[in-house]
Design a protein around this ligand. Structure first.
Ligand code: NAG
Length: 287
């Protein structure tokens, strides 16, 4: 005899259990219909694992009907933030208008605000200043302090992969506004006595433009602005570059209290800060 029962044998067993188990439960205990329903649900669920056939298809179709395009795009956006969706070259075509709406919405403002509130809460509850200047906070620049939204507005909100040349030309104009909400957090962190390091994957040749743009947008008083050597364009991933720069800081004796960035690659890797704060950004993904 086979050690594994055949499919038809399984179906027969399931049919028998559907027929007899509920009857047995009623007879034995007179349970109320709610537990009878949950038992039936369990049986039906078990049946699905061996192929639910038409009934399962019908239920799944009904469930699908509840999913609107807005649901679909909101799930996509949330899963980008959760780092479940990775490595996307461009925003899915069907979601570009959703992303456009989100980036201009009060929801985006509120999401950024919540991240900054949590960062401030963390410092209030857990930070103590040593007074030796070695307590640091690391900020990424693009879409963390300075918004690239005006650039992406004219490039389908991430609906096509950004042209690096055009993006850098835009950055050189020093027109990026501050990310609303981050300005307050930045100055709050400064007032608490932390030393601020800015760590960006912008290239070194944009140093003057980056300094200039940050000042115009209302930022000042950072201790370092670390940019990528112009020769370092290829090879190392952003995550590797950023974590190697943080390693240097730790080796110099700095204590990394917190980091804020709009890309997972700015936040992952070692060494880590005590806390990291991800700023929402559904427009692009950098490895
Ligand atoms: C980027 O834009 C520049 C200027 O319009 C163009 O010359 C170049 O071919 C573009 N690069 C890509 C990869 O599309």
């Amino acid at each position: 005899m086979d050690s594994k029962p055949s499919t038809s044998r399984l179906l027969l067993l399931l049919t028998l259990s559907i027929t007899f188990i509920p009857a047995a439960v009623f007879a034995a205990s007179g349970e109320e219909s709610s537990s009878w329903r949950s038992l039936l649900r369990q049986v039906v669920r078990n049946r699905w694992t061996s192929g639910g056939g038409d009934h399962q298809d019908a239920v799944e179709k009904a469930m699908m009907k509840e999913i609107t395009l807005k649901n679909y795009c909101e799930s996509w956006r949330l899963n980008v933030e959760l780092h479940n969706v990775r490595g996307f070259g461009a925003v899915p075509a069907e979601c570009t208008s959703f992303v456009a709406k989100y980036m201009s919405s009060s929801q985006y403002k509120s999401d950024v605000q919540r991240a900054t509130d949590e960062a401030a809460l963390f410092l209030t509850s857990s930070f103590s200043l040593a007074g030796d200047g070695r307590d640091i906070w690391v900020f990424d620049v693009d879409d963390t302090l300075l918004s690239t939204l005006p650039f992406y507005k004219s490039h389908q909100f991430g609906g096509s992969a950004a042209n690096r040349t055009l993006l850098e030309e835009w950055m050189a104009k020093e027109k990026a506004p501050a990310v609303e909400g981050m300005l307050d957090l930045y100055h709050d962190i400064r007032r608490r006595g932390l030393t601020i390091f800015l760590l960006s994957s912008r290239p070194e040749h944009l140093r003057d433009a980056t300094d200039g743009n940050l000042i115009k947008a209302g930022f000042h008083g950072w201790a370092r602005l670390i940019l990528r050597c112009d020769e370092d364009g290829s090879g190392r991933s952003v995550q590797k570059y950023m974590s190697e720069e943080r390693k240097k800081m730790v080796n110099e004796g700095y204590r990394l209290w917190g980091m804020a960035g709009a890309q997972w690659s700015s936040l992952l890797g070692h060494p880590k800060a005590k806390r990291t704060f991800k700023v929402p950004n559904p427009m692009y993904y950098i490895e």
